[in-house]
Write a protein that binds this ligand. Structure first.
Ligand SMILES: C[S@@+](CC[C@H](N)C(=O)[O-])C[C@H]1O[C@@H](n2cnc3c(N)ncnc32)[C@H](O)[C@@H]1O
Length: 290
């Protein structure tokens, strides 16, 4: 599952992003985390593993859903992310939450340990198919729930990647998809049109191939709002998309950012903000009962 170079790179990217992650003032991971927990149906008293917990966008709502009679463990590869998740759990008085630095590709727990395994904008990064999802099914008790969110890779009616605003899609896509020399990062972002998330059917059959049953996949637009095009650019620099900018020279990045900001500013509505409907995929499935 994965390879050591790409895992090391993920570790570097997210450790470096931790201080600014989800801090750009743009509401994104919070609403998606809350929606994923609601969609998952996880309830009171359950034992849950949050894989790739980051700063806690899923961890905290899931801890609310289980209540103190439940147990929630958040794991993440990046120790800087785990520090924030741990601090947030303590601030919120969530005594039933624990966090650990752990590679989610090899979760170190016994089979059948959890009622639910959840991954918000995480598991999709390092999975390429059924084989890599199987470990999450094995961690579940019979009938247990797997739930995850991801940027939607379903093509738009114009064949574009809907996660990028249409007006800047062609400007940015080449930098998302073309790894530079020696680039070890291998994830769906470098294969926008050919990965296990390209259609609802592909997602369902990947889950089924991992041994899950009762699959459900939905795509929903998150109305992402920003005050300016520059704020959208800052937001892209505050999470995994920061790699797009890292690939460019400082001058090229500056020029591209200015053009992206200019095009997005032109979309400002009468309400004074720029609203960018951003398609998100939510998936859930169950471990078989016998
Ligand atoms: C886009 S963030 C999502 C974080 C959080 N779930 C949220 O919704 O805000 C992806 C997270 O996955 C973590 N991650 C990346 N590769 C990982 C791996 N192999 N094992 C565990 N966590 C990993 C990153 O460190 C990062 O915190």
């Amino acid at each position: 599952m994965g390879n050591s170079e790409s895992t090391a790179e993920m570790h570097r990217i997210f450790n470096n992003a931790a201080d600014v992650y989800d801090q750009s003032g743009v509401e994104f991971f919070g609403p998606i985390g809350r929606r994923l927990v609601e969609f998952s149906g996880i309830g009171a008293g359950q034992s849950v593993l949050d894989v790739g917990c980051g700063r806690g966008a899923v961890l905290f709502p899931v801890a609310e859903a289980t209540g103190k009679s439940g147990e929630v463990i958040g794991i993440d590869l990046a120790e800087e992310m785990v520090k924030y998740a741990e601090g947030g759990a303590r601030e919120r008085g969530l005594g039933h939450v624990t966090t650990r630095v752990m590679n989610g590709q090899q979760p170190d727990y016994p089979a059948g340990r959890f009622d639910a395994v959840i991954g918000g904008f995480s598991v999709f990064i390092w999975t390429h198919g059924s084989a890599e999802l199987k470990p999450y099914r094995e961690l579940l008790r019979p009938g247990g729930t797997f739930a995850a969110s991801a940027p939607s890779f379903f093509p738009t009616s114009t064949g574009k990647w809907g996660f990028l605003p249409e007006d800047v899609h062609d400007l940015l896509l080449p930098h998302m998809t073309q790894p530079k020399d020696g680039d070890a990062y291998d994830c769906p972002f470098t294969n926008i049109h050919n990965n296990w998330l390209v259609t609802p059917e592909a997602v369902e059959s990947t889950l089924t191939g991992a041994g899950f049953v009762d699959t459900e996949v939905v795509e929903e637009d998150l109305p992402l709002t920003v005050e300016s095009g520059a704020q959208w650019v800052r937001w892209t620099r505050s999470h995994g998309m920061r790699r797009l900018w890292d690939r460019l020279s400082e001058q090229d990045a500056e020029e591209l950012a200015a053009e992206v900001a200019r095009r997005l500013d032109a979309l400002r509505g009468d309400d004074g903000v720029i609203t960018l409907p951003t398609p998100i995929v939510y998936m859930k499935a169950r471990a078989p009962r016998d």
